[in-house]
Design a protein around this ligand. Structure first.
Ligand code: RIB
Ligand code: CA
Length: 320
């Protein structure tokens, strides 16, 4: 059996590594994959998810497409300059053809079906904009107690990547992120950029993955555009695997060291839109000062054994 998991995703090169990590882990019961707009359009994220599961030999995993746009305001831009025109460095066609079609019923319906059928609470790994998860919780409040945790790749404590203060997943739909992280009371783990960038992998790691087997070779073949983007950001030949860090926590709770903090999301239309406001002041300082009125609380991932995390991901994906 194993840990029951649903992945909500916008593949995306780093999503591809995250999906493979879950799909190839024997101790994970990957119940389903739901797709959302984000790095690229919904049709492309959905096709990419189907092809990636075919690559991993997991055509048994149902896929359903969800939101093609944010809850309230249009997404300002995609991330094709980072992930390539198709979301996978323009190489999606080298992946196997989808072994099945996406469910017609849609992402929220599939998540409700899987949550209600599961005989124990399910972990949701949210590694794209949070629109589907926000819609699920708003339209089906009764499923809240069927969710063990929502592990979210998103947010930046000290900086953003899409703007000075906003990380792409939260920036793409701040209202959805606020619904999930602030207004709902489902346990959330936030895995922010500050940690995922520290978990970046280098060319030696990628070479080991490429040599590890067909899945590793196929995944590394999807990285050229993404590597070109991260070479500039990191200053060395490597890449961030943001989403795989979050999925590692989803499938191996405690692999990341977390601490609980009040959290708020900036949903204004100013320069801070999409910022994740994690209040790391001490309790007395918070009590003494001013704080957000309706903050939520999240377990925020602050640290990990970086090499241990990298070896965990490599070892799991190399199992193919
Ligand atoms: O900011 C990084 C996040 O945005 C990752 O999930 C990446 O895939 C993009 O969706
Ligand atoms: Ca993603």
């Amino acid at each position: 059996m194993g840990r029951k998991l649903i992945i909500d995703t916008d593949p995306g090169v780093d999503d591809a590594f995250a999906i493979a990590l879950a799909a190839l882990s024997d101790d994970v019961e990957l119940l389903g994959v739901t797709t959302v707009f984000g790095n690229v359009s919904l049709p492309r994220t959905t096709s990419n998810a189907l092809r990636l599961l075919a690559l991993c030999g997991r055509a048994d995993v149902p896929v359903a497409a969800g939101a093609d746009r944010p809850l309230v305001y249009p997404q300002q831009s995609r991330a094709t300059h980072i992930h390539g025109p198709d979301g996978l460095s323009g190489r999606s066609s080298v992946l196997p053809e989808p072994a099945r079609q996406a469910r017609r019923a849609g992402a929220v319906s599939l998540m409700v079906e899987l949550l209600e059928r599961a005989d124990e609470p399910v972990t949701i790994a949210a590694i794209g904009p949070l629109t589907n998860v926000a819609l699920l919780l708003a339209a089906h409040p009764r499923v809240r107690d069927r969710i063990s945790r929502i592990v979210i790749m998103g947010g930046g404590l000290d900086h953003g990547n899409t703007t000075a203060m906003a990380e792409f997943n939260v920036w793409s739909d701040p209202e959805a992120a606020r619904r999930v992280l602030v207004e709902e009371d489902v346990p959330c783990v936030l895995v922010p950029l500050d940690l995922t960038l520290r978990c970046a992998v280098d060319s030696a790691w990628l070479a080991k993955l490429a040599a590890a087997g067909p899945v590793g070779a196929a995944l590394t073949a999807l990285t050229p555009d993404y590597l070109a983007s991260y070479r500039r950001v990191l200053g060395f030949e490597g890449m961030a695997m943001h989403d795989a860090v979050a999925v590692a926590e989803a499938i191996r709770p405690g692999i990341l060291r977390t601490k609980s903090f009040p959290i708020e999301i900036d949903c204004t239309s100013g320069p801070g839109r999409g910022a994740t406001l994690v209040d790391r002041r001490s309790e007395p300082a918070r009590a003494q000062g001013e704080g957000p009125v309706h903050a939520g609380v999240a377990d925020v991932a602050l640290d990990t054994d970086l090499d241990g995390l990298r070896n965990f991901v490599l070892g799991r994906i190399s199992r193919s």
